[in-house]
Design a binder for this molecule. Structure first.
Ligand code: ADP
Ligand code: MG
Length: 687
């Protein structure tokens, strides 16, 4: 096979002592050579031609073929960034934005943040003078429309990973279609790994409606072009579990160990679901590999999930040292967003974390749920990047055939629409139901969103944004409930405290949860514990962190995650500036926790719960939907079980668990949201 030969000679194989020892040119091909070897390179001229002649081009190509890193560079080389214009490339995931931007900067030999930059929420590494290629999340591009509705500085916008159907991607596509009508010179590229290119093309095809006028006009064709990049994936042999696996985490670890002990060199990529199980697997695997008879274990074990520090991200991409085998344990970010070069073995748990929303109960949940067949195929494909590979599925073939759905459900159909509705309103789109969505959200979810926004005081009786509150809330790049909390803190005189709480809540966890025993962690938490709940506890941790001069040693001693706290400080700084811009007075309440809790109530009244009378199991019911919920063991109020609480979010495993809870007085609820609670039976409020 000529392709295999190609790999052997050029040494794009980062890992393989067996293959490269026969080759005298071990090491890396120059970056330029690597670029030219990518499948997309053969299509360079076709892509440029299509972009030149069509308003919208759809590029479909297997993961790793070079779409994300190469196309923006081709465009720049062809002059699309001349005259101060900027080429944008969106990604649904923040980590992917950072990783591809740094790769492209490296390939172009420029400093990240100059000619090539990126922007994600709370982090802007671009230069308004210099940046020509800009990577950003789809959510950030949506926000940019609030200040520049026609996105006028961009010449080409590449909406990448469109197959993911993230809610922001879908909304963005709807809005870009509108923008194109006003700015015919704007070019769109929709890129994806697998996509129903035809339905996407139909969505963007406006030529039929304006037949006759189109052909004679100058300028690009409005009918979208479709281009398919032929990949060069190698065969991947798929193995299934013979029996259903009771514990996918342990099964993953033992599968990795048996690959390591029995299979020839090649890196291993394991798909788990989130930080919790990935950290646990890293720990377990580290233990097992140390007990494994082989000298030095031979494994380099690395986690990959969003929220990882830049240094840890870089480790994942760095070449595996000779004689070592790299194991990367990842969320589904490595499914299509990022390509790891030396992977030959894939272990697929069959699960990922997915958001699900029930508009009837108004409860949004992050659930570990089965992936789709399309995802399973993508995951397997990661093993065939450099040579024929193997994929081990930790589920039975029967399960794959009968239980996995063909495609995933677009996020817009399984998430709360509160944030999206407010964004569209802020962009002046008032007829939300009539908006041109690539996939329609459910009417129930839409009505719920409008109801919540009305109760928050964001929209008025005519469903228009209120002034100033609605506009102020739309301006803050956080969930409207958090933004409302910040707004309320202004009146209550505790904005400094609420900004801290909002920052902590936007970070996954500030505890060093993967270190030491649960008991030690619990004891450490007790040093900061506040009877009022987690939010107030966060204030204590933050105070401690400032008092010790942001010392890593202090963090280590107290089981506080130093990286997370540094991020909190950064986010807080940004939020503080936004707050000042929209006219919020910065003020501290000096330890008055009642006003703090009232401010939280002002945003999160919809998440109020009451402890069931005579319940010794700690069962709560939500006031609004009578959902059964329990305090999460990670909460400071776990086992304390105060009567009235508000939770920040829910996670469900065997039960619905409330993460981050705070005590309240029920009378604050009717005060904060009279409309929302007016129809409640008086007895639900009885003390
Ligand atoms: P696609 O978008 O089609 O999935 P990419 O443009 O992301 O493909 O990747 C093309 C190539 O660039 C891959 O071989 C990948 O390994 C390499 N690459 C991308 N990002 C990085 C990175 N941060 N470090 C090293 N290599 C990278
Ligand atoms: Mg890509």
């Amino acid at each position: 096979k000529p392709q295999l030969l190609d790999d052997e000679e050029g040494g794009v194989l980062f890992f393989s002592s067996a293959l490269s020892s026969s080759s005298s040119s071990y090491g890396y091909a120059s970056l330029e050579k690597q670029r030219q070897r990518l499948p997309v390179y053969k299509y360079r001229n076709s892509i440029l031609y299509l972009v030149e002649t069509h308003s919208t081009s759809i590029v479909v190509g297997e993961t790793g073929s070079g779409k994300t890193t190469q196309i923006p560079q081709y465009l720049k080389e062809a002059g699309w960034a001349d005259g101060g214009r900027v080429i944008a490339c969106t990604q649904p995931r923040r980590l992917a934005v950072q990783a591809v931007a740094s790769r492209v900067a490296e390939e172009m030999g420029v400093k990240l943040g100059d000619e090539v930059g990126y922007t994600i929420r709370f982090e802007d590494l671009t230069n308004s003078e210099l940046t020509r290629i800009k990577f950003l999340t789809d959510g950030v591009l949506l926000r940019e429309m609030m200040t520049d509705p026609l996105l006028s500085k961009y010449s080409v916008i590449m909406v990448d990973e469109a197959h993911e159907r993230s809610i922001s991607t879908d909304i963005l596509l709807g809005l870009l279609k509108k923008i194109q009508r006003r700015r015919p010179e704007l070019r769109l590229i929709i890129a994806s790994a697998t996509i129903e290119a035809k339905s996407m093309a139909a969505f963007f095809d406006t030529s039929k409606k304006r037949r006759g006028s189109d052909d004679k006009q100058h300028g690009p064709k409005t009918e979208p072009a479709i281009l398919s990049v032929e990949g060069r994936g190698f065969n991947v042999q798929v193995f299934y579990a013979e029996e259903p696996v009771p514990d996918y985490l342990r099964a993953a670890v033992s599968t990795v160990m048996s690959i390591h002990n029995q299979e020839p060199p090649g890196d291993i990529l394991v798909f788990l679901t989130g930080q919790d199980d990935i950290d646990a697997a890293v720990e377990l695997l580290t233990e097992e590999s140390q007990n494994n008879g082989k000298p030095s274990g031979g494994l380099t074990i690395l986690p990959l999930y969003s929220g990882l520090s830049r240094a840890d991200q870089d480790l994942v991409f760095s070449p595996t040292p000779r004689g070592k085998r790299k194991v990367v344990i990842s969320t589904n970010i490595a499914e299509t967003s990022l390509t790891l070069e030396g992977v030959v073995y894939v272990v697929d748990s069959g699960f990922s974390k997915q958001r699900f929303y029930n508009p009837i109960t108004d409860v949004e949940n992050l659930i570990v749920a089965p992936i789709s067949k399309a995802s399973a195929r993508q995951r397997a494909g990661r093993a065939g990047r450099v040579r024929p590979g193997k994929c081990y599925r930790l589920y039975t073939e029967e399960y794959y055939v009968n239980e996995l759905s063909t495609e995933g459900i677009p996020e817009i159909q399984r998430t709360s629409l509160v944030s999206s509705v407010i964004q569209l309103k802020a962009l002046g789109i008032d007829n939300i139901l009539g908006f041109d969505w690539p996939a329609s959200p459910s009417p129930e979810a839409m009505i719920r969103a409008l109801e919540v926004l009305y109760s928050l005081g964001v929209i008025d009786d005519d469903a228009k944004l209120t002034s100033p509150a609605g506009f102020q809330i739309a301006e803050i790049p956080l969930e409207p409930m958090i933004s409302k909390m910040i707004l309320a803190s202004d009146e209550l005189g505790c904005s400094e405290e609420i900004l801290t709480i909002a920052s902590v809540l936007s970070i996954q966890s500030i505890w060093a949860s993967s270190r030491g025993s649960q008991k030690e962690l619990d004891e450490a938490k007790m040093r900061f514990a506040a009877a009022e709940g987690d939010h107030v506890t966060f204030l204590n941790v933050y105070k401690g962190f400032l008092k010790c001069n942001k010392s890593p040693t202090w963090c280590h001693k107290n089981f506080v995650n130093y990286q997370a706290m540094k991020k909190v400080i950064e986010v807080r700084g940004q939020l503080r500036r936004t707050a000042q811009r929209i006219g919020i007075n910065l003020k501290s309440c000096d330890g008055d926790t009642q006003v703090v809790r009232k401010a939280v109530t002002a945003g999160y009244f919809a998440n109020a719960c009451r402890l069931e009378a005579f319940s010794h199991s700690g069962m709560y019911k939500t006031l609004r939907g009578s959902q059964e919920v329990y305090i999460h063991p990670s909460s400071i109020l776990f086992r304390v079980n105060p009567k009235w609480i508000i939770f920040h979010s829910l996670v469900s495993t065997d039960r619905q668990y409330m993460r981050n809870v705070i005590t309240i007085d029920p009378s604050w609820l009717t005060e904060a949201a009279p409309h929302f609670y007016q129809h409640r039976q008086p007895d639900s409020f009885r003390q």
